[in-house]
Design a protein around this ligand. Structure first.
Ligand code: ZN
Length: 293
C-alpha cells in the first residue's frame, strides 16, 4: 500500500490519531494538473486532510471541501469518500517561497477567506459548515475548523516536500482528536510534544511509516486500530458528463450543435476529455424534446 492511513487510540482511548502517507497521491495530482511547487504543496496538504477526514466519518459519506482564500492560487476544491480523493486548484502555476526557501503556502492560498465542508450521506439533506481561514497554511486552518465547526479539540499536521525538479519527495499528515475525559496532563504533554515534533514531510522523507509517526507523536502510548488504503481516484465517465450536458436544456444544446457541431468537456479533477459528436448531440436534443412533449 503506497498511500494509506493508520488509525490509533492513545492515552487510554482519550486521544484518537489518524496518520497518513500520501506521497504517491500528491505526485499523481502534480502530474495530472502540472502543478508548480507551491500549488502542489497547497493541493497536496488539502488532499491529505480530505482523505483523512473521509476516514473519520461514516462509510459512504461523500465530502466536498472548498478552501476559498484570497491568494493567487484561488479556490481549492476536493472531493473524498472512504479515503479516495480527487481535487484541483484554480491556478496550478504558483511558486512562492519564504526567504528561508520553504514554500509559502499561506500567501499563495491567502490569509483571508473561508473553508466550506459539505457532507452528503445520500439519505438526508447534505450538511454544510463553513469557517474562516486563519493562516492559509492549511493545517492550522483545519485545526481551527475542527474546533469551531465540529467542536472537537484537534491538532492537524500536514506536509509536502518537493525536490528541485518539482517532484513530490514526501507527503502526509496526521489528525489528532481529543476525546471527552482526556486528562489535563495528557493535553499538556501532547502540546509540548507537538512543539518539538519533526514536520510530517520530514518524517516521511526519512522513511517513517504511519505507525512510526503515531509512535513519535505519542512516545509509545498507543494502540493501533484499522489501516485503510488511500488513493487519488476520479469516478468521472462519459455517462456522467452526458447527464451534465442534458441538464443544460434543449435550447442550449441546439445552440452548441449549430455553432460547434460537437461538445468537448474536460474533467477538472483528472484532465480526461470527453467528446460528443453531432449525432450524439442530436440524440440528446430529441430525447429532451420527447420529455417536453
Ligand atoms: Zn475525471
Amino acid at each position: 500500500m503506497n498511500n494509506y492511513l493508520q488509525k490509533a487510540y492513545a492515552f487510554d482511548g482519550t486521544v484518537r490519531i489518524y496518520a497518513a502517507i500520501t506521497t504517491e497521491m500528491v505526485q499523481e495530482a502534480k502530474k495530472i494538473h502540472k502543478l508548480w511547487p507551491t500549488s502542489c504543496a497547497a493541493l497536496g496538504r488539502c488532499l491529505t486532510i480530505a482523505s483523512i477526514m473521509s476516514c473519520t466519518y461514516k462509510s459512504g459519506e461523500h465530502l466536498t471541501i472548498k478552501v476559498c482564500g484570497d491568494g493567487p492560487i484561488g479556490q481549492i476544491t476536493m472531493e473524498a469518500t472512504d479515503g479516495h480523493v480527487r481535487g484541483f486548484v484554480h491556478n496550478p502555476g504558483v511558486y512562492l517561497s519564504y526567504n528561508n526557501g520553504k514554500l509559502n503556502v499561506g500567501d499563495a492560498v491567502g490569509r483571508n477567506g473561508y473553508i466550506e465542508v459539505i457532507k452528503d450521506l445520500h439519505m438526508r439533506a447534505p450538511f454544510s459548515s463553513t469557517c474562516e481561514i486563519i493562516s492559509g497554511e492549511i493545517a492550522e486552518d483545519f485545526t481551527y475548523y475542527f474546533a469551531k465547526s465540529e467542536q472537537i479539540p484537534s491538532s492537524v499536521g500536514l506536509g509536502v516536500l518537493i525536490d528541485p525538479d518539482g517532484n513530490v519527495l514526501s507527503a502526509g499528515g496526521f489528525l489528532l482528536q481529543i476525546m471527552p475525559g482526556c486528562k489535563e496532563e495528557t493535553l499538556l504533554k501532547l502540546e509540548e510534544r507537538l512543539k518539538t515534533l519533526k514536520s510530517c514531510s520530514e518524517m516521511i522523507a526519512e522513511g517513517y511509516s504511519a505507525e512510526e509517526m503515531i509512535e513519535e507523536i505519542t512516545e509509545g502510548d498507543y494502540e493501533l486500530l484499522e489501516t485503510k488504503e488511500l488513493s487519488y481516484f476520479c469516478p468521472c465517465s462519459k455517462e456522467r458528463f452526458k447527464k451534465g450536458l442534458m441538464s443544460l436544456g434543449k435550447i442550449e444544446l441546439e445552440d452548441i450543435l449549430a455553432t460547434d457541431h460537437k461538445a468537448s468537456i474536460t474533467c477538472n479533477f483528472c484532465g480526461k476529455s470527453y467528446e460528443f459528436d453531432s449525432k450524439e448531440l442530436e440524440e440528446m436534443i430529441s430525447s429532451l424534446a420527447l420529455k417536453e412533449a
